[in-house]
Design a protein around this ligand. Structure first.
Ligand code: AMP
Ligand code: GLY
Length: 418
């Protein structure tokens, strides 16, 4: 089969690595890919958001199967357009991807189907939003409805922060049309858990749980980022909580989507908070998390491509999806300044990291020139270590991080510490 992966970050690198060995794949492409992915696939300079470019490429290169990994092409209907020209896809159709691309849709779905989540109100005009915020006890959470590159959520500690967030969304249009409608919701507290799950719309198979570290600096300080590191499994996510999530959240969500005529096929991401009243949904994503995928997929003990084919063909129940006993610790090496502005183009020195057992380096923002690699993004590398215990994985990953350097390199030193 001719297969293409859409996207060009660490998530797409780990997917490429774990499917590349499948004998069913004759030729693997990545659009646009990155420096690391170019070791495994032919990278093609077509952006993940250029849906016409992607479909034209699929036609001219006889693509049989596409893995649409990032949120933007899923929200833009890449799967619908590719399936319409006979390309089978891993990933939800546009009408199912809305579970991520509209937070208001997701909230209303949860309300209709009694899926636990924070209380909320929807606002379409700025004055009512400001008056509601003024009367609320802070902290409160302000969320732009649509996709906002991970920056559309503000946990406001006081009214001034809430007001600034509302004005930035609704008046200054910081997120364009994504902020025309907003949600104001109750602030929940408790440990956060990510659960990625394979689903073909009929059955749902959760992967090993994980904990993302979204803040830029140690001790959860600084601005939110796409994610600075991951611990997997998540130590707060017990067997009992997993069972409760299955009956109260996971199954009800896929069944709700099916009842609404929006059957979800692909990887469904549950962002959960374990509150005193039980687990609640903070957000859904319609795809693998990044960097969660870089920590969770190395623990998979079944063939990823076979699972993806089964998901597409609605035969997931035929596959025995197994995971290794063990743990992962993943640390992001970022460009200085990220998530604000930063410089790129620095050469990356990998030292002897490739000799370390159990360690893998996934490229997030790199480009390759011959056998040299240069930084090209805010998140540059995702370094992951797998070991029997989490403590061992953590020690190993920080040993690996010390081998690597590039100018301005920065990372959190406390991944999985709390
Ligand atoms: P999201 O972009 O929806 O993942 O939100 C970013 C982060 O904001 C989450 O990972 C949480 O840490 C925080 N957050 C979102 N909603 C809430 C909430 N209702 N209560 C507390 N924290 C929240
Ligand atoms: N790491 C969070 C996300 O992928 O949305």
């Amino acid at each position: 089969m001719n297969v293409m992966i859409i996207g060009g970050g660490g998530r797409e690198h780990v997917i490429a690595k774990y499917i590349a060995g499948n004998p069913k794949i004759e030729k693997l492409y990545a659009l646009p890919g990155n420096g690391g992915i170019s070791q495994l696939a032919e990278c093609v300079k077509i952006s993940a958001e250029d849906i016409d470019g992607i479909t034209d490429f699929a036609k001219s290169h006889q693509i049989d199967f596409a893995i649409v990994a990032p949120d933007d092409p899923l929200a833009l209907g890449a799967v619908d357009k590719l399936e319409a020209i006979g390309v089978k896809c891993f990933g939800p159709e546009q009408k199912a991807a809305v579970i991520e691309s509209s937070k208001i849709f997701a909230k209303e779905l949860m309300t209709r189907y009694n899926i636990p989540t924070a209380k909320y109100k929807i606002f379409t005009d700025i004055d009512s939003a400001l008056s509601h915020a003024a009367l609320s006890d802070c902290p409160i959470v302000i969320k732009a409805d649509g996709l906002a590159k991970g920056k559309g959520v503000t946990v406001a500690e006081n009214f001034k922060q809430a007001r600034d967030a509302i004005i930035s969304c609704m008046k200054d249009k910081a997120f364009g049309s994504s902020g025309e409608r907003i949600l104001i919701e109750k602030c929940l507290t408790g440990p956060e858990v990510t659960v990625l799950a394979f689903t073909d719309g009929k059955v749902i198979v959760p992967m090993i749980s994980s904990m993302d570290h979204k803040r830029a600096y140690d001790n959860n300080k600084g601005p939110n980022t796409g994610g600075m590191g991951v611990a997997a499994p998540n130590k707060y996510y017990t067997r009992e909580i997993a069972d409760e999530c299955m009956t109260k959240i996971f199954l009800p969500t896929i069944n709700a989507m099916k009842s609404e005529g929006r059957t979800f096929k692909g990887c469904l991401y549950f962002g959960l908070m374990l509150t005193k009243e039980g687990p609640k949904v903070i957000e859904y994503n319609c795809r693998f998390g990044d960097p969660e995928a870089e920590a969770v997929l190395p623990l998979l003990d079944s063939d990823l491509f076979d699972i993806m084919l089964a998901v597409r063909n609605e035969r997931l129940s035929d596959i025995d999806v197994k995971f290794k006993n063990g743990a992962s610790c993943c640390v992001i090496l970022a460009s200085g300044g990220y998530p604000g502005s930063y410089l790129t183009g620095y050469e990356i020195n990998f030292g002897n990291v490739s000799e370390l057992e159990g360690v893998e380096v996934f490229h997030s923002g790199t480009r390759r020139e011959g056998d040299k690699y240069f930084t090209s993004g805010g998140r540059v590398l995702a370094v992951n270590a797998v070991a029997k215990t989490f403590t061992e994985a953590r020690e190993k990953v920080y040993e690996a991080v010390k081998c690597i350097n590039f100018e301005t390199m920065r990372y959190r030193t406390d991944i999985g510490a709390n």
